[in-house]
Design a protein around this ligand. Structure first.
Ligand code: UDX
Ligand code: UDX
Length: 458
C-alpha cells in the first residue's frame, strides 16, 4: 500500500509513543514509524505489555500496530525513509558543568540532529516535540543546514501539551495545537504540512501558529503557569492549617471567579512529573542568562514552595507522631506522581520515602501501577522498605498511612478493615485530600488532611 505521508518519530517515550499512536489511529492514510535507541523499550512497544501505562493507549496501539504504525530500532533507515521527522528524545536537567541543576541537557537532542543530517538523502521537515529552551530550533537549523548539500531542512516547533494519565484524551481532543515556524516561504510550507496532519481530527480553529521562539517559550510558560497555581494553593494550604480555614473551601471560592478558574487548584503534597520542575528551572536559567534576576527569582520560588510543601508534610507527620518516627511502620498509599500512570519521575513520594527512612521509619509502599518504578527509584537506599501490591496487606501493623497519589481505588477502601489491622494510635496523612476525613476519624483514625484542621482523638 502506498501511504500519503511517511512520518518518523525519534524517541519512543511518554510523549513520542502516545502522540504517534494517535496520529496513526486518526490517519490510516499515513505510515508512522517510531524509533528509539533503547531496544528493550521498542520490544515492549511491540509486545502485549506496553512500556508505559496510559488509559486507552493499548486500544490505539492494537488498532494500528503493524498496519500503519511501526516501532523499530533502525534509526538510520527511519531517517532515510521518512520526510517528516518528529523529535521526542529526552531533555533532562543538566547534572554537570555550566548550568548544572538548572539548564536543559541537550546532548541527546544534538546527537539526534547530527544523525538526521548524516542519514538524510532528501529534504526533511524536522519537528521539535521535546520541550526545549528557547532558540534550540535555531541551533538545530544551524547543525542541519551547515553542509552545502542540496538536502534542505525546515525546523518546526510543535510542543506537546498532553498530561500523563489523560494522554489519549488530551491528544484526541486538545485545547490547542501549537505550531511554530520560520516565516519564510519554505517555513510556512512546512508549517502547512503539519497543520494538515492535525487537521485530520483537530478543528482548524484549535490549530494555532506562531513564530518558532514564541512556540518554544509558550510550552515552558504553560507548564510554569500550571505549576505556579499549584504552588500558590499549596502555600495557602500551610496558612489554612494555622488558621482553621479549609483549603478546599478557599480553593472553591477563589476558583469560581471566572477570571481565575477552578482547575489546578487542588492542594497536594507537591507537584511531580518529568516536566514542571525541569521546565521552570529551564526558565529560571534563561532569565538569569539574560540578566533578568528578579524574574528568575520569581519563578524559582515556585519550585522552592514545592520543596517546602513536601518537607512540611514530613514535619507534620513527625509532630503528629510524638516527634519520632524511628522504628514506626508507615505505609505509602501511592508512589506515582499522579493517578492513572505508573510514572514516578520527580514524584513527591521519592522524597518522602527517603526522608522517612532518614527518620529511621520502616516503609511499606503500595501502588497499583508504579511498584516497578518505585523499586528502581529506591534501589540502593538504606533502610527497611517493602513493596506490597494489596493496600490492605500493605497497611497491616502500620502506625500511619501517608496517601501520596490520588488513585480512585483509595477512596473506596474499607477503612474499618484497615484500621482493625493497624498499630494504635493509627494515623492517616492525606496528601491529596481525597478521603472521607470525618468517616476515617469516626472509625478511630487521627486524620491529618492537607490545608484543613486535623481531626484527632487526643
Ligand atoms: C521527553 C522529555 O522529558 C520532555 O521534556 C520532552 O518534551 C519530550 O521528551 P518523555 O517522552 O516523557 O519526554 O521522555 P522519555 O520517556 O524519557 O522518552 C525519551 C526517549 O528517547 C527514550 O525512550 C530514549 O531511549 C529515547 N532516546 C533518547 C533516543 O531514542 N535517542 C537519543 O539519542 C536519546
Ligand atoms: C504536565 C502538563 O499538564 C502538560 O500539559 C505538559 O505537557 C506536561 O506536564 P503532567 O506532568 O503529565 O503534565 O501532569 P499534570 O496533570 O500537569 O500534573 C503534574 C503534577 O501536578 C502532578 O504531580 C499532579 O498530582 C500535581 N497537581 C496537579 C496538583 O498537585 N494539584 C493540582 O491541582 C493539579
Amino acid at each position: 500500500m502506498k501511504f500519503e505521508k511517511n512520518i518518523l518519530c525519534i524517541g519512543a517515550g511518554y510523549v513520542g509513543g502516545p502522540t504517534m499512536a494517535m496520529i496513526a489511529y486518526k490517519c490510516p492514510q499515513y505510515r508512522v514509524t517510531v524509533v528509539d535507541i533503547n531496544p528493550a523499550r521498542i520490544a515492549e512497544w511491540n509486545s502485549g505489555e506496553l512500556p508505559i501505562y496510559e488509559p486507552g493507549l493499548d486500544k490505539l496501539i492494537q488498532a494500528s500496530r503493524d498496519k500503519n504504525l511501526f516501532f523499530s530500532t533502525d534509526i538510520k533507515d527511519g531517517i532515510m525513509d521518512n520526510d517528516i521527522i518528529f523529535v521526542s528524545v529526552n531533555t533532562p536537567t543538566k547534572t554537570f558543568g555550566a548550568g548544572a541543576g538548572m539548564a536543559a541537557d541537550l546532548q541527546y537532542w544534538e546527537t539526534t540532529a547530527r544523525q538526521i543530517l548524516q542519514y538524510s538523502k532528501s529534504s526533511k521537515v524536522v519537528i521539535e516535540k521535546s520541550t526545549l529552551p528557547v532558540k534550540t530550533a535555531q541551533a538545530m537549523e544551524n547543525i542541519l543546514n551547515y553542509s552545502n548539500s542540496s538536502v534542505s531542512f525546515d525546523v518546526l516547533s510543535n510542543p506537546e501539551f498532553l498530561a500523563e494519565g489523560s494522554a489519549v484524551r488530551d491528544l484526541e481532543n486538545p485545547d490547542r495545537v501549537l505550531i511554530g515556524s520560520r516565516e519564510t516561504e519554505s517555513g510556512l510550507k512546512a508549517r502547512e504540512t503539519l497543520v494538515e496532519i492535525y487537521a485530520n481530527w483537530v478543528p482548524r480553529e484549535k490549530i494555532i501558529t506562531s513564530n518558532i521562539w514564541s512556540s518554544e517559550l509558550s510550552k515552558i510558560v504553560s507548564n510554569a503557569f500550571l505549576a505556579q497555581r499549584i504552588s500558590s494553593i499549596n502555600a495557602i494550604s500551610a496558612l489554612c492549617e494555622k488558621t482553621d480555614a479549609d483549603i478546599t473551601e478557599v480553593s472553591r471560592a477563589v476558583g469560581m471567579d471566572s477570571r481565575i478558574g477552578g482547575k489546578f487548584l487542588n492542594a497536594s503534597v507537591g507537584f511531580g512529573g518529568s516536566c514542571f520542575k525541569k521546565d521552570i528551572l529551564n526558565l529560571v536559567y534563561l532569565c538569569r542568562h539574560y540578566g533578568l534576576n528578579e524574574v528568575a527569582d520569581y519563578w524559582e520560588s515556585v519550585v522552592k514552595i514545592n520543596q517546602y510543601q513536601q518537607e512540611r508534610f514530613i514535619l507534620n507527620m513527625l509532630t503528629a507522631m510524638f516527634n519520632t518516627l524511628a522504628d514506626k511502620k508507615i505505609c505509602l498509599f501511592g508512589f506515582a506522581f499522579k493517578a492513572n500512570t505508573g510514572d514516578t519521575r520527580e514524584s513527591p513520594a521519592i522524597f518522602i520515602a527517603r526522608r522517612l527512612l532518614e527518620e529511621k521509619a520502616e516503609i511499606v509502599i503500595t501502588d497499583p501501577k508504579a511498584l516497578r518504578n518505585a523499586r528502581a527509584d529506591l534501589a540502593g537506599v538504606n533502610g527497611k522498605i517493602s513493596f506490597v501490591e494489596d493496600p490492605y496487606m500493605a497497611a497491616e501493623e502500620c502506625h500511619a498511612i501517608a496517601l501520596l497519589t490520588e488513585w480512585e481505588i483509595y477512596r473506596n477502601l474499607d477503612f474499618q478493615k484497615i484500621y482493625s489491622t493497624m498499630a494504635k494510635p493509627a494515623s492517616i496523612f492525606d496528601g491529596r485530600n481525597i478521603l472521607d476525613h470525618k468517616r476515617c476519624y469516626d472509625i478511630g483514625f487521627n486524620v491529618y488532611p492537607t490545608g484543613k484542621p486535623a481531626l484527632t482523638h487526643f
